[in-house]
Ligand binder design. Structure first.
Ligand SMILES: [Ca+2]
Ligand SMILES: [Ca+2]
Length: 133
């Protein structure tokens, strides 16, 4: 409870200081800006990170690997529990029963449209080994 209060406090003070230290030119009249140099700056914005860089590395050392392995465990349990006929593919019926978030967008998950969501399709990548029943 105390921690939450502290966090709220820190957050609101951050917000406040952001409001107070706004652009200094706000009080002076702005000249009409026609050619803004901002446009070229926006074009050179860095591209978003590639998807491979955000897949948790289950072989990583320390806390990072620990979290990745916890995610792998959780995903494995979800997948195996839903795969009732143990063919390592989640059918639409199995998704209906256990994984409603997949059932809702089954076509999107079943990216090769073979009627089942396999482990790689379930995860959205093929970096993690398939768990076994
Ligand atoms: Ca199945
Ligand atoms: Ca499939």
């Amino acid at each position: 409870m105390k921690t939450i209060q502290t966090i709220t406090c820190v957050l609101s003070s951050l917000l406040l200081s952001a409001c107070v230290s706004g652009p200094p030119s706000s009080s002076s009249p702005r000249p009409q800006v026609e050619n803004k140099p901002v446009d070229s700056a926006q074009q050179t914005a860095p591209a978003p990170p590639a998807i491979t860089s955000i897949i948790p590395d289950i072989k990583a050392e320390g806390r990072r690997g620990e979290i990745a392995r916890m995610m792998l465990n959780k995903s494995s349990r979800q997948f195996l529990r839903a795969d009732m006929n143990k063919d390592y593919r989640i059918s639409a019926d199995e998704a209906d029963e256990h994984l409603p978030f997949i059932a809702k967008e089954f076509g999107r998950y079943d990216s090769n449209s073979d009627g089942g969501v396999d482990w790689q399709e379930f995860l959205g990548h093929d970096e993690w080994p398939t768990p076994s029943h």
